[in-house]
Ligand binder design. Structure first.
Ligand code: 6PG
Length: 243
């Protein structure tokens, strides 16, 4: 199936259009079942989106019905400048009326990252009450070498078939991370992948190329049997690869 790619002029336009679509998606979910699960992640691209949601769209989001989770986290204290939770808190959460009980950061205070991963998995399994994970909206990014969330090329975590959350060691700073696994991500109803900057063009070319190897370009596995995936991509990231 052809990927749904929305090409935007730059990160500002991409963030605005993704925010408009996210508002529709979370309202539909909240109207349907009375609550909506939104998964955030890190990096610099989503910071603009989070800022737009907090300012232009603050009044359009049913915050009391929204539950916020993370797709990955760097294993540092939540107050650390490298923390994905801290970035989302500063750019979005401290500016909006989301009830604190609805905000579910990945824990990073356990001596063992694996214990933290198991604890977060228990939180998620409790939220989904024994059913499979089916997040209403997951926001992901694309790393320049093809990773998404903290699913990095060659990682043994890519082969996970049972657990929803794993600790992992990544060739990135900081190396120790927690990440949702494919079994947790592929039941999502909607995934938005935000990709900006010319350093992404190479990986994007492979992700959209013929038969990409998901062990080498993990983001090429972002496909949903039932849900919708939208790639919000800026012109620099597209390079010369797409029309
Ligand atoms: C992280 C991420 C990671 C990120 C990509 C893209 O914690 O590093 O969650 O998967 O989304 O590295 O980041 P940019 O969009 O900032 O390039």
């Amino acid at each position: 199936m052809k990927p749904d790619v929305r090409i935007c002029a730059n990160v500002e336009e991409l963030s605005l259009r993704a925010a408009e679509a996210a508002v529709r998606t979370v309202n539909e979910a909240a109207r349907g079942v009375g609550r909506c699960s939104l998964v955030l992640s890190g990096g610099s691209t989503p910071r603009t989106l989070y800022g737009v949601l907090a300012s232009q769209f603050e009044k359009d989001i049913p915050w009391a019905q929204l539950h916020i989770f993370w797709g990955d986290e760097r294993y540092v204290p939540l107050v650390d400048p490298k923390s994905n939770y801290r970035m989302a808190r500063e750019a979005l959460l401290e500016h909006v009326p989301c009830p604190p009980a609805n905000i579910h950061p990945m824990p990073t205070h356990f001596p063992s990252p694996d214990a933290a991963a198991r604890d977060y998995e228990a939180t998620l399994r409790g939220f989904f009450a024994g059913e499979r994970a089916c997040f209403d909206l997951v926001r992901l990014g694309l790393g320049a070498e093809g990773h998404t969330a903290s699913l990095f090329p060659g990682s043994p975590v890519l082969a996970e078939t049972t657990r929803w959350v794993r600790a992992t060691s990544a060739p990135a700073d900081p190396p120790t991370r927690l990440t949702l696994t494919w079994p947790a991500l592929t039941g999502a109803r909607n995934i938005y992948v935000l990709v900006a900057g010319s350093n992404k063009a190479h990986a994007l070319g492979h992700v959209f190329g013929d038969a990409p190897d998901p062990r080498v370009y993990p983001a090429s596995r972002i496909r949903l049997a039932e849900g919708s995936v939208i790639w919000w991509v800026d012109r620099e990231a597209v390079g010369g690869l797409l029309p």
